[in-house]
Design a protein around this ligand. Structure first.
Ligand code: FPP
Ligand code: MG
Length: 296
């Protein structure tokens, strides 16, 4: 089924009748396709393939912009589009992908078009919040959760809700599933930034803190540290940390159980996701488990 989504995306790209866009598209590494898998598992219909293709194109567009914003030279272990072709091309290619996706979205009933387009607004607000949060050392969990809800969970929530509408299922229940899944996904992403194997992750680890992102494990860590260590952690914020400093952060994370607390929180959200829907739906439980217990 996922192959059908890849073919649909390719068809949309072909329709643009532009060889340069085709070349850029070939350079885009295919990701986990979490959103597409979710849509296809909830709605087993042809329309779900269009919706999955649209959402994946919007997601790809957001990453093209995000890599410019984050100055990221790699994406999924390969050079990013901005690294290969420059920032301007990455931004414009993103614009092309999401505007074509919106053109296709306009063919859907207005309820679906509204949910998806609203999620994209939230996604953009979330990215802006993320950028603004790097200006200060945020240790407020609610502010972090609000940002990751908008930046990541909103589009996953919209995917699940719209797929439920397409298949006449309980849209509110699936929206809750998608929201919790999305929050858990971003928390696991933030944990992997600290603990993953660099080769598997496809990018350097402990990059978030250097970029000014105080993610959940860091918030737990800061709040658990003694005053003098709090100051030390703050002094390393947005700095290129050396191996010894990396070790210090990692050891303190272990001593204060900060990583485990973040894992527990992601698991709690995963369970809430499953409880919102038919808890016997093995496929959706599988998606949740794959997302939480992943290595990259
Ligand atoms: C990745 O976050 C970024 C997002 C999930 C959202 C980015 C959204 C925008 C740039 C808004 C613009 C939207 C469109 C449709 C063009 P991250 O940097 O934490 O994750 P990463 O490690 O994968 O880069
Ligand atoms: Mg990024």
């Amino acid at each position: 089924m996922l192959d059908l989504v890849e073919n649909r995306i390719e068809k949309y790209i072909d329709e643009l009748q532009d060889s340069y866009i085709k070349e850029l598209f070939k350079r885009l590494p295919v990701g986990k396709r979490l959103r597409a898998k979710l849509i296809l598992k909830i709605a087993k219909k042809d329309e779900a393939i269009d919706l999955a293709a649209i959402i994946e194109m919007i997601h790809a567009a957001s990453l093209l912009h995000d890599d410019v914003i984050d100055d990221a030279m790699t994406r999924r272990g390969a050079p990013s589009i901005n690294a290969l072709y420059g920032n301007k091309t990455s931004i414009m290619f993103g614009d092309i992908l999401y505007s074509k996706a919106f053109f296709e979205l306009a063919k859907f009933e207005s309820e679906i078009a509204k949910i998806v387009s609203n999620a994209v607004t939230q996604l953009s607000i979330g990215e802006l919040l993320d950028v603004n949060l790097t200006k200060n050392f945020n240790t407020d969990i609610d502010i972090y959760l609000d940002m990751i809800y908008k930046k990541t969970a909103s589009l996953i929530e919209a995917s699940a809700e719209c797929a439920a509408i397409l298949s006449d299922k309980d849209k509110d229940a699936y929206a809750i599933y998608g929201k919790n899944l999305g929050l858990a996904f971003q928390i696991v992403d933030d944990i992997l930034d600290i603990v993953a194997d660099e080769k598997k992750l496809g990018k350097p680890t402990m990059n978030d803190f250097k970029e000014g992102k105080v993610t959940l494990p860091y918030i737990y860590l800061y709040n658990a540290l003694e005053e003098k260590d709090k100051e030390k952690l703050k002094s390393l914020f947005k700095k290129e940390v050396n191996a010894q400093e990396k070790e210090w952060i990692k050891n303190k994370m272990i001593q204060t159980n900060s990583i485990q607390k973040a894992i527990n929180y992601a698991q709690k959200l995963g369970n809430e996701a499953i409880n919102a829907i038919d808890s016997k739906d093995e496929e959706l439980i599988e998606i949740m488990k794959n997302l939480i217990y992943r290595e990259y």
